[in-house]
Design a binder for this molecule. Structure first.
Ligand code: SF4
Length: 419
């Protein structure tokens, strides 16, 4: 995948559509890669390899000692199988689709200088014989569920695809799929070409504002990847105001000026303190109320994390002094500096059993035997244990667990309580 990103990138479109000045505000902050991003890039390369191989193109299998795992093989299989099934379905309908892998699309007619790389464009016809553009996007994330429904990233890619290839098969329908195997999420959104183009027209003024760095700052869940977040005043004001509004009763005047406490007179008769901040509901907060503030807490904790990360990086990476803080070394574990020498010395001194033997992985077995033989010989010994239970928002596509029949699992925090 190319490294270049447009200022108004499709992947950050949710951010700039909600907070137009953010793209310019974050310009001075480095776009640092993370290990997750690097793993994602590798996984995309594997996806590309698998689809190109299916298309009988000459390709080299991507290699990575760091990121290649059995699990990467599995999730990229899910993507490749999904994409191939779309192509095969069109072929069964007598259509020879145009298949474009890792295709650069240009949507600069909507957002100034806008372009991006779509994982997959398939242009053909749907089962009813209507011209169809199907866009597929692979996601490796497992933290946040990504919905295809009115997903602005996909819609921008689609607009770019239409601009370049809209004449082929006279496209009438646009279908956009997100394949996020780590969350068992394959989500598809479909709309007519007219709807998509109307949406494109509707966002043109916002895109122009964003490109010019104008408009209102507007904090929300799209702040998640904004590089200006740790120093964004709007974000800080909002997070602190949310804390105050959710937990404290402002009617008591807790944050009004002139609240200085007088020196206490121990002989004075007791008087109720009406100036100190109090919880809206004295005593304990019911679960229903806690549930109502969960989305807010997510936003606040994400903001707090970003502030800590930013200030820590300034102090540790750039030696910027942080008043009241210092940089120290954390705990570390002992390691062998020369494993070969360790083995030599241990053997010379009569020690044995220095190595552990391990069963090869399920995927390695499958590769060694082939899928069919593997299923015949070992299929009955393969099981997929249930995943760890998690509390997620209602719009997550996974079906709810029947807790009556689910295996015993307690949320981890409970285990840390006093024994
Ligand atoms: S952190 Fe949020 S509110 Fe602040 S500039 Fe970024 S997107 Fe806008």
């Amino acid at each position: 995948m190319p490294d270049v990103h447009a200022l108004l990138s499709a992947s950050s479109s949710k951010q700039w559509l909600h907070c137009p000045p953010s793209v310019r505000l974050q310009e001075g902050f480095p776009n640092e890669s993370s290990v997750y991003a690097e793993e994602g890039t590798f996984a995309h390369e594997v996806c590309e390899y698998k689809v190109r191989k299916y298309l009988h193109e000459r390709v080299k299998r991507p290699q990575s000692e760091e990121f290649y795992t059995e699990e990467i093989d599995q999730i990229t299989d899910v993507y490749a199988e999904f994409v191939i099934s779309i192509i095969e379905q069109m072929k069964r309908n007598g259509i020879e689709p145009l298949v474009l892998v890792e295709e650069r699309v240009d949507y600069s007619h909507i957002a100034p200088s806008g372009f991006g790389t779509a994982d997959m464009l398939i242009i053909g016809k749907d089962d009813d014989g209507k011209g169809l553009l199907h866009i597929c996007d692979f996601k490796t994330g497992q933290g946040v569920f990504v919905d295809a429904d009115h997903n602005s990233q996909m819609m921008l890619y689609a607009l770019g695809g239409l601009a370049a290839y809209g004449y082929i098969y006279e496209i009438e329908i646009v279908r956009m799929s997100i394949i996020q195997p780590r969350l068992d999420n394959i989500s598809t959104f479909e709309c007519s070409r007219e709807e998509l183009e109307a949406w494109g027209e509707s966002i043109k003024p916002i895109a122009k504002l964003a490109f010019e760095g104008k408009g209102e700052q507007h904090p929300g869940e799209w702040c998640r990847f904004c590089r200006a977040k740790p120093v964004c005043r709007a974000c800080a004001d909002e997070a602190l105001a949310l804390c105050r509004e959710e937990f404290l009763d402002l009617d008591t005047g807790a944050f009004s000026e002139g609240n200085e406490t007088e020196e206490s007179d121990l002989t004075a008769p007791y008087q109720a303190d009406i100036d100190t901040p109090v919880f809206k509901q004295p005593g304990l907060i019911p679960l229903t109320e806690l549930a109502a503030i969960l989305p807010t807490l997510n936003r606040i904790s994400s903001w707090i994390e970003s502030v800590f990360a930013y200030v820590s990086a300034e102090a540790i990476n750039h030696a910027v002094p942080v008043p009241g803080y210092k940089v120290v070394e954390g705990r570390s574990k002992r390691i062998f500096t020369d494993p070969k020498a360790v083995v030599d010395v241990a053997v010379q001194n009569g020690y044995t059993d220095l190595y552990k033997q391990q069963l090869i992985s399920l995927t390695e077995f499958e590769k060694m035997m082939g899928k069919k033989r593997f299923a015949e010989l070992l299929g009955e010994y393969v099981a997929k244990p249930p995943g760890k239970l998690a509390l997620v928002p209602e719009n997550d596509p996974r079906p709810p667990v029947d807790l009556g029949s689910a295996p015993d699992q307690e949320f981890a925090v409970l285990a840390e309580q006093e024994e």
